[in-house]
Ligand binder design. Structure first.
Ligand code: NI
Length: 159
């Protein structure tokens, strides 16, 4: 177990397209463990491998804190509906912005044994899946923000 350094906006690794995983080696398993540790340590609901500097199509998600999801080579098969809400990213610390996403997605991915499976998600899980998959193609949510990117600290002061 190890906490890895989270790359932040401006780091060119975040704008690169990731490669498909062809084999889950010991090193890949270690990376996956570290991604979960790093995500939980940072209080995130999702993390993509490029955020720890690795250009592989691997994503970890946990929107409840007790439902870890690993997606290897994920592909969105279906999406529908719409949700508009605040989004944030561990690579853009202290910031949030409004992004419109589908309210439902169905994704196909592989588990750590390279067995394919399908997963459906709504609401926050659908949002997290869309957000994390975009990281694998070098995109950050800030490209999609409607209006201004806001400081989380400013929003908390207003409350
Ligand atoms: Ni992110």
């Amino acid at each position: 177990m190890a906490i890895r350094n989270i790359r932040e906006i401006g780091d060119p690794v975040l704008n690169k397209k990731c490669k498909e995983v062809t084999e889950v080696s010991e090193r890949t398993l270690e990376l996956i463990d570290d991604m979960f540790d790093t995500m939980y340590e940072a209080d995130g609901v999702g993390l993509a491998a490029p955020q720890v500097g690795i250009l592989k199509r691997i994503v970890t998600i946990d929107v409840t804190g007790e439902d870890p999801i690993l997606l290897i080579n994920p592909v969105i098969l279906e999406s529908s509906g719409e949700q508009r809400g605040n989004e944030g990213c561990l690579s853009v610390p202290g910031k949030t912005g409004i992004v419109t996403r589908p309210n439902y997605v169905k994704v196909q991915a592989y588990n750590e044994n390279m067995e394919p499976f399908e997963l459906e998600g709504t609401e926050l899980l659908a949002r997290a899946i869309c957000h994390e998959l975009e990281h694998l193609d070098g995109h950050l949510y800030v490209e999609k923000v409607e209006g201004e990117l806001m400081n989380i600290a400013d929003l908390e002061q207003e409350e």
